[in-house]
Design a protein around this ligand. Structure first.
Ligand SMILES: Cc1cc2nc3c(=O)[nH]c(=O)nc-3n(C[C@H](O)[C@H](O)[C@H](O)COP(=O)(O)OP(=O)(O)OC[C@H]3O[C@@H](n4cnc5c(N)ncnc54)[C@H](O)[C@@H]3O)c2cc1C
Length: 526
């Protein structure tokens, strides 16, 4: 059995040192404030209170804090908006220093090279507002449905889905260069940015590019203080069109046909997303809405549907795209002997979908107060099967089978997301969610599908116990970058001993056997 790693507590002496680095105004140990940070993480089922909150102003302060945290063996967790859905919420056991990055909220826009440089605190709502007023011909790739306080960089770190994800792929694909403060306090720039004076115009830079170690690491490999991100053209002939279907297959297959038209109509379908009728139902309080599909059927709503958000340079181009999509659906109806009627969308529905950030995913808390997004990637054509399996399991566990799906990069991948709505006051509900999550995770991994915001207790160990060699390599990288394992310990279970006393399913060598992981200080818990 691995030993759980011990860290030191944040002492008065440490707080003094934090104040000396960041200034008194930007350091707090106030209990109500620490709780307020936890309250932001609306889906952080496994979050714990940090011991101190700091708000650094720049990369130099970030670096000095990390050097000090190494000396005292204190965990540090970076957080931007703190709104990551699923399980990537900043701060899990053992607490430590919560580094709120929101003071660093700079934005530089380079229209010529079509790149923007963002700091971690730049909120999606602010980025959208600034572009709308100053650069209306361009759009920042913000997360489509996230709250306006979620950040552009947080979404890239998470490899999330932006408002143009149907064309450009996951948000991390938009990165052109990173500035990272490594856990030891050293500062690294990636891509062409690695060369002093060079612009961030070439992502792959002078040699092997380490970006992938930081994107998807949930803040456990380094603290990103700047990112160069592609901005996208923003044509203003827009609409949303939706088609129904009688099964998940009926929404996935015709979308695949549309998506294959790259260099053509598929490039105008910036966001392609759909799901089942429960997506509408569970956005309302359970007690205030009809629970039977018949009610929604009478309103003309299909049980399943797919939305296409289309951006075009002219009305003619928009009409052409709509016509082609319609033809593809008509051909599919004949071929599959099914019905995929175009869905009536009220102009207000279209306007609210086109509004950014659209806040569309926020009301799921209304159903029964608790909700959780669990997100998976799979090849597009396999997503219907995955959604069917997910719905069956959700019903078996007593959750409404609310299912959402979106196309990533012209339907190369699907992002599949059950929205688990639950009564957070019910005894044992969190164990039930974990059981549901574990059962589906084990089954989906066997089918070759991947969770994209892995939690450290279910997704990460289950995935890594299958991908053992990959995991071992990640642990080696982690120990090189962060020899004292101070950064967001426990996240992604790299290494295992940082998070739990449970047996390590990956059989990773003990820290004491590792050449690079010896801490510089004795591990004394005060
Ligand atoms: C209702 C709702 C709807 C959502 N809809 C969408 C959506 O449409 N599309 C989408 O992609 N996502 C969506 N999300 C998820 C999430 O809000 C976004 O991915 C968001 O942009 C994350 O940004 P954040 O600022 O909240 O990140 P945070 O939660 O602060 O951070 C994300 C992760 O990165 C780490 N981190 C933070 N800052 C740094 C840093 N500077 N360096 C290194 N690591 C760091 C954190 O420790 C954490 O693990 C939604 C969430 C909610 C609650």
């Amino acid at each position: 059995m691995e030993e759980k790693r011990l860290y030191n507590k944040v002492t008065d002496d440490v707080v003094k040192k934090l104040v000396a680095i960041c200034g008194e105004k930007y350091v707090t140990t106030s209990e109500p404030l620490r709780h307020s940070y936890m309250a932001r993480g609306i889906m952080g089922l496994e979050a714990v209170l940090p011991e101190a909150i700091i708000r650094p102003a720049n990369a130099d302060e970030v670096s000095r804090v990390l050097v000090m945290a190494n000396e005292h063996l204190i965990p540090v967790t970076p957080a931007a908006g703190g709104l990551s859905g699923g399980f990537a919420l900043p701060a899990i056991e053992p607490g430590g220093i919560y580094m709120d990055m929101t003071r660093m909220n700079g934005l530089e826009v380079d229209v010529e090279n079509r790149v923007m440089v963002v700091e971690p605190g730049l909120k999606s709502g602010d980025a959208w507002r600034i572009f709308k007023t100053k650069y209306p011909e361009w759009a920042p790739p913000i997360p489509d449905g996230a709250p306006p306080a979620a950040t552009v960089l947080g979404d890239a770190i998470e490899r999330g889905f932006s408002l143009v994800t149907g064309v450009y792929g996951p948000q991390a694909d938009m990165i052109m260069g990173l500035e990272v403060v490594l856990p030891t306090g050293d500062v690294l720039r990636t891509g062409s940015w690695a060369v002093p004076g060079a612009k961030p115009f070439y992502r792959w830079g002078p040699g092997p590019n380490p970006d992938g170690l930081f994107l998807g690491s949930q803040g456990s490999m380094g603290i990103i203080t700047k990112a160069a991100i592609k901005m996208v053209p923003h044509p203003h002939f827009k609409t949303v069109v939706a088609y129904g279907g009688e099964s998940f297959e009926d929404i996935v297959k015709p979308t695949w046909e549309v998506s294959k038209h790259e260099l053509g109509i598929a490039d105008r379908c910036v966001m392609v997303q759909g799901g089942n009728w429960q997506l509408v139902l569970t956005r309302w309080p359970k007690t205030n809405v009809p629970l039977d599909y018949e009610f929604y059927k009478k309103m003309g709503m299909s049980e399943y549907w797919m939305n296409y958000e289309i951006w075009a340079w002219s009305q003619e181009e928009l009409d052409f795209t709509l016509k082609k999509i319609d033809e593809i659906y008509k051909a599919y109806e004949v071929k599959a002997n099914t019905k995929c009627p175009q869905q009536y969308l009220h102009p207000k529905q279209i306007a609210s979908r086109l509004k950014k950030p659209n806040k569309i995913a926020i009301p799921y808390a209304l159903w029964e107060a608790g909700f959780l997004f669990i997100t998976w990637y799979c090849p597009w054509l396999e997503s219907a099967n995955m959604m069917e399996q997910y719905c069956a399991k959700m019903e078996e566990y007593g959750f409404p089978p609310t299912m959402w799906v979106a196309s990533i990069d012209h339907g190369r991948q699907a992002i599949v997301m059950p929205i688990v709505c639950f009564d957070s006051t019910k005894p044992g509900i969190y164990d039930k969610i974990r059981e549901f999550n574990l059962e589906t995770t084990k089954s989906f991994l066997k089918q070759g599908w991947l969770n994209y915001r892995p939690d450290p207790f279910v997704h990460a160990p289950e995935t890594f116990s299958l991908a053992k060699d990959y995991y071992k390599m990640l642990v080696k990288f982690r120990k090189v970058l962060d020899p004292n394992l101070i950064l967001h310990p426990g996240r992604l279970a790299i290494p295992w001993e940082a998070v739990t006393k449970l047996p390590n399913p990956c059989g990773e060598p003990k820290a004491s056997e590792s050449k690079v992981s010896k801490p510089t200080k004795p591990q004394v818990k005060k």
